[in-house]
Ligand binder design. Structure first.
Ligand SMILES: C[S@@+](CC[C@H](N)C(=O)[O-])C[C@H]1O[C@@H](n2cnc3c(N)ncnc32)[C@H](O)[C@@H]1O
Length: 193
């Protein structure tokens, strides 16, 4: 898996983006969730320190090297790591109060199918919280469309111009709130089942 090889340099590579835009968005979003939480594509666990102590978090990822790094994070939440594919979640229907993720649905193979699985494991009224980079708006759309082929040819996994909001709606979620940054490329999406 591509992310196995990226794990050791991932945090350093993302640092400029974290400082410019992501850190602030993460800090506003992730401390808000409660209860039984599933974080999909947890990566090196950058969101884990942000969860409140009242949460029990399943940190899910397909990459074992990423998960190993996530488990080293200091967090007040109760965290358990699970290695699994977001397209086939090993949980019963309605098992979680909230499902979270950041920078994940740009690189999963079938985002609508995966979001369908997320929908299944959320309880009715449960909350979806996603921080994603997506196809931008206006100039942002033009830029992400132009840059995508080059970017994808280089890394083979991450799509720069995914319409993740549309996939979230198609999976059945009501989109309650959306916040955008940087020409609409970075989006915080809050949905409800
Ligand atoms: C770009 S990283 C994001 C990591 C972290 N969430 C963040 O905000 O920095 C994407 C993560 O999603 C994971 N991932 C990609 N496809 C997946 C899948 N089908 N099932 C589970 N995890 C997946 C990768 O292994 C990687 O750790």
């Amino acid at each position: 898996m591509v992310f196995d090889a990226l794990a050791s340099g991932y945090d350093l590579g993302l640092l400029p983006l974290e400082m410019a835009v992501l850190r602030q968005m993460r800090r506003r979003a992730f401390p808000q969730v409660e209860g039984r939480v599933l974080e999909v594509g947890v990566g090196t666990g950058v969101n884990l320190p942000l969860y409140p102590p009242t949460t029990a978090v399943i940190a899910l990822d397909l990459s074992a090297p990423m998960l190993r790094r996530a488990l080293r994070r200091t967090t007040r939440a109760r965290v358990r790591a699970v290695r699994a594919d977001v397209h086939r979640l090993p949980f019963r229907d309605g098992a979680f109060d909230a499902v979270t993720g950041s920078l994940v649905f740009c690189s999963v193979a079938e985002p609508e199918r995966a979001l369908g699985e997320v929908y299944r494991v959320l309880r009715p009224g449960g909350r979806l919280l996603l921080l994603e980079h997506t196809r931008g708006r206006g100039l942002g759309a033009w830029l992400t469309d132009r840059l995508h082929p080059l970017w994808f040819a280089w890394n083979g996994v991450c799509h720069l111009n995914r319409e993740t909001v549309r996939s979230v709606r198609r999976a059945g979620f009501h989109l309650r709130r959306e916040e955008t940054r940087a020409l609409g490329i970075f989006r915080l999406m809050e949905g409800e089942k």
